[in-house]
Design a binder for this molecule. Structure first.
Ligand code: ZN
Length: 597
């Protein structure tokens, strides 16, 4: 009889943000049984040392409690075991992010990586999970995409869940509480959206309506002939789990769910004539994470098959997995009809403006940006714009560049959609059933050639292996769009960005080679006055003060650096044409057609 590892999650101390988790192993794999905690969570490429939140660990075998020996920061060993072993940990859970665990009297949210210890040698074994009902929370419900074996309405247990192995066990986060819930079907598959946190009068019907269109469009993109949702290999529904916060933003993808953090002001409420401006940002996040259900949760880099949760897993392909996803997230908003072409082109223009404002794109290739995500992209400091290239933002422009190149060279016979479907058929479709292989580091160009008969190896070499810009102006022109560089805000080019801090503005980034760099301004310098005039804490005030000077004037900036007054001389240079704008060229069709782009 194959054995099942059994976990129990007990939210025993809501006020103190603590969970007690027990793991019962019916038969240990080894006499010296190693137990581990993941060092990172798939999808978020940074060593997070989840073991640091484990307050206590002990194990029961031979009828006695034992303290394990520590091997390193993430591994423990219980010596001289035979037969069964039960391990008990207490986890402190007070991280309101999509990556961790958060517990208080209002709700419980956790990722499996924060609470479920792994058993060395038994990673492939089936796992069951009991969720205990917190004392006094009779109206709470449990939400997770992990398949439910049995529910216990109002009982001491909230539910018993099952996962085929450890990899699946840690890929279905849980929410316990009383969130707002809305459900819909997309291509016949059940989807559920839950919103926890304070969000009065949320317009759930509008959100449901838009999310459904996005999900259906994506399912039809990958499976145009027989639309079938990808997560049905692992779950009976897909779950969007949103935590509403004052100003948060972020998401993390899972095989049949996603954890999102959204800003309250980005969500539509009842009785609003129009949704807030930031609603497109929220829908873009929904679209992005849902796209990952295919692309990175099933189609994966070979380097992630299987994940090694004890150390960084390096791949040069994050530009494919995050960049293509970032390209399709907004594009699917357009294709599904939740935004119009003008709104889409405005989003695209913003991405191009952002990418082109950072000189770091000439220092770091996208292949290197992907490989070094663990130490650079995820550890950005004030120098990031000068040294880093974003595999998200530039990666999405490379996806657009490849899409346009394939369309132009194949005379509109093929597009990047065909490449996505080929990736899906080759790597994704049966990933959790049998295939368990991933995309090789140098395999994409060949797959594109086989699929579309277009050779993009030169483009990938220039834009990804090297640091060249994607020639979007000429590619877009061939597709019927005019791209121009504008000076939109009339702000003189200081070569620095600022952010408000208390009563003042402080320097955020100094762009290499700009006036601020030449003058010796630094990040965190507090801007007090320009010549004799106080600046205050508003960017608008800074802009209006600068507008009183002629281009070429030299001004004195008075600043504090580490509480010491400094004055630097800075030349006001002409405003730069640094804002991208894209318009359809009248009378042209081709890719301007909404259905095709
Ligand atoms: Zn992503």
């Amino acid at each position: 009889m194959p054995q099942t590892l059994h976990y129990t999650v007990d939210p025993f101390d809501l006020a103190g943000h603590r969970l007690r988790i027990t793991l019962h192993i019916p038969r240990v794999a080894n006499r010296d049984q190693i137990i581990f905690a993941p060092a990172w969570i798939p999808g978020s490429y940074l060593i997070r040392d989840f073991s640091r939140h484990i307050e206590s660990i002990r194990g029961m075998h031979d009828g006695k409690w034992h303290t394990p020996e520590k091997i390193d920061s993430h591994h423990w060993v219980f010596r001289r075991c035979h037969g069964s072993l039960s391990v008990e940990i207490v986890v402190y859970a007070w991280d309101l992010s999509v990556r961790g665990a958060h517990v208080d009297q209002s709700h419980v949210f956790f990722n499996g990586t924060s609470v479920f210890l792994g058993v060395k040698g038994l990673e492939s074994k089936r796992c069951t999970v009991d969720i205990k009902r917190p004392t006094g929370k009779r109206n709470w419900r449990a939400y997770s995409s992990m398949p439910l074996l049995k529910s216990y309405p109002n009982g001491k247990l909230m539910g018993r869940y099952v996962a085929p192995n450890y990899d699946a066990l840690i890929d279905h986060p849980f929410e316990l509480g009383t969130p707002q819930v809305v459900e819909f079907d997309a291509c016949g598959a059940p989807h559920k959206m839950i919103f926890s946190g304070y969000a009065p009068n949320l317009d759930l019907q509008r959100i449901k309506h838009d999310a459904q269109k996005i999900c259906e469009s994506q399912i039809r993109l990958f499976e145009p002939d027989r639309p079938k949702a990808p997560f049905l290999d692992s779950a009976d529904h897909y779950l969007f789990m949103t935590t509403v916060t004052p100003d948060g933003y972020g998401g993390l993808e899972h095989r049949a769910s996603t954890a999102l953090v959204a800003s309250r002001k980005d969500l539509p409420t009842l009785h609003q004539q129009n949704p807030p401006h930031g609603y497109t940002t929220f829908l873009g996040l929904v679209s992005h994470e849902y796209f990952h259900t295919w692309h990175v949760k099933r189609i994966k880099p070979a380097a992630f098959v299987p994940y090694d949760l004890s150390k960084p897993n390096h791949t040069q392909l994050l530009w494919v997995f995050e960049g293509f996803t970032s390209y399709y997230d907004d594009l699917m908003l357009l294709r599904s009809g939740v935004i119009d072409l003008a709104a889409y082109l405005s989003l695209l223009s913003k991405t191009i403006t952002t990418v082109h404002s950072a000189p770091g794109r000439f220092k770091q290739s996208l292949a290197d940006s992907s490989f070094d995500a663990w130490t650079k992209y995820y550890k950005q400091d004030e120098n990031a714009p000068n040294t880093i290239s974003s595999y998200y933002a530039k990666g999405s422009l490379v996806a657009l560049g490849l899409d346009l190149t394939i369309r132009i060279k194949s005379k509109d016979r093929y597009s990047l959609d065909d490449v996505m479907r080929a990736l899906w058929r080759k790597f994704g479709l049966n990933f959790y059933k049998q295939s368990q292989t991933g995309l090789g580091e140098a395999e994409l160009a060949k797959l594109i050639r086989t699929t579309t008969a277009v050779d993009v190896s030169g483009e990938i070499d220039q834009w990804v292996t090297n640091t060249e810009d994607v020639p979007l102006q000429s590619l877009l022109a061939q597709a019927g769009f005019a791209m121009r560089w504008m000076n939109k805000d009339q702000m003189p080019a200081l070569g620095a960005t600022f952010k408000p801090l208390g009563e003042f503005l402080t320097v955020r980034h100094v762009i290499e080679g700009g006036e601020a760099h030449r003058a010796g301004l630094s990040s965190a310098d507090v801007l007090l006055a320009i010549d004799d005039l106080r600046v205050g804490n508003s960017l608008e005030a800074l802009k209006s003060i600068l507008a009183t000077y002629k281009t070429g004037s030299v001004v004195t900036l008075h600043t504090f650096r580490a509480d010491v007054l400094r004055s630097v001389r800075l030349r006001i240079s002409a405003p730069q044409k640094s804002t991208c704008e894209i318009h359809p060229i009248n009378g042209q069709s081709g890719i301007a057609n909404r259905e095709q782009l």
